[in-house]
Design a protein. Structure first.
Length: 325
């Protein structure tokens, strides 16, 4: 009888704990959610993340607070979320470099800051080809003039990036490899500082998502020479793709939301709903349009496959590029 009572008590406690956990998940979120953007303000991730965080917060009835956690080409902020508690209160707004950085660390014979398997994809938000830009007062009016100078003057043209093997660095390494040219890499802590460096004359060129440079191009401060996409871009219809110019390279700078692997399914479902609502929000769509980008939304199942496919493709690119400074 005593053993039976003890067994019944143990079962009751277990059921109570399970029920309490389920109720906590159903109630999520009960406090503000932190969205980690692993880059400084002013870049594509920030341009995308802030309006999305605001729209998601309205749907979740809790603020989604943006935290810029820059460093190591985005690796520090990505690792912070990957290693955080899987409770839905730390989400990551990552760029496509999230699939590159662990492999880049291995390429450089150092322990990865995080593994892609530590992160659960929630939703893709944007996917834009990068654009090669120079200052409007630069001597290069066309890509042909730019690459001709680069080949005749190895190392004279400098380009900025958000950090080694980041979304602004990899496409430029593709360009160097495809054209057998030498451009000098100057890494910054993020896209915002790199763009400031270009405008201030510290570097000569860079590759960036359209959202970060469209305003500067419209204002006559930058000139776009080519892009890594297919065909012509709606926001930059006069700018040719590299494929049009006979250079067989492509690169997409996508953005998406991730949470730590192991986050409860009920919490993941609520975050997926919030991301979908944000992608349909008229205010957010207008902000994106003004910034020169648009939602290219993918929900979790499709985005998960997209991430895995992109990781394989970028691994092949990294092996081709090899170790770089």
């Amino acid at each position: 009888m005593q053993k039976t009572l003890k067994t019944l008590c143990a079962v009751a406690l277990t059921l109570s704990a399970v029920a309490g956990s389920a109720m906590a998940q159903d109630a999520y979120p009960t406090k503000p959610v932190t969205m980690v953007i692993p880059f400084p303000p002013g870049g594509v991730a920030d341009t995308v993340g802030r309006p999305v965080a605001e729209a998601m917060g309205r749907h979740l009835n809790q603020p989604v607070v943006v935290l810029n956690r820059a460093g190591a080409g985005g690796g520090i902020g990505m690792a912070q979320v990957a290693k955080s508690a899987p409770d839905g209160y730390n989400v990551l707004l990552a760029l496509s470099s999230v699939v590159v950085l662990p492999e880049a660390d291995r390429l450089l014979s150092r322990p990865p800051q995080f593994e892609l398997a530590q992160l659960q994809p929630i939703a893709r938000l944007t996917a834009d080809p990068t654009v090669l830009v120079v200052r409007a007062d630069s001597p290069w009016k066309t890509y042909a003039e730019f690459i001709a100078f680069a080949k005749a003057n190895p190392g004279r043209i400098t380009f900025g990036s958000s950090g080694n093997y980041g979304t602004m660095h990899v496409p430029m390494e593709q360009l160097k490899a495809a054209t057998n040219s030498f451009l000098l890499h100057v890494p910054y802590t993020g896209a915002g500082p790199a763009i400031t460096g270009l405008l201030g004359g510290q570097v000569d060129a860079l590759a960036s998502g359209p959202a970060s440079v469209a305003g500067q191009i419209k204002a006559g401060k930058m000139r776009a020479l080519a892009h890594w996409g297919e065909g012509r871009l709606a926001t930059l219809p006069d700018v040719p793709s590299f494929k049009e110019l006979g250079v067989p390279i492509s690169y997409s700078q996508w953005s998406g939301i991730f949470v730590p692997a192991g986050t409860p399914a009920a919490v993941v479902t609520k975050l997926r709903e919030a991301a979908r609502v944000a992608a349909q929000d008229p205010k957010t769509i207008q902000i994106f349009t003004s910034a020169g980008t648009s939602f290219q939304f993918q929900d979790m199942p499709e985005f998960d496959k997209f991430v895995q496919d992109d990781a394989k493709a970028m691994l092949a690119v990294l092996k081709k590029i090899g170790k770089v400074n």
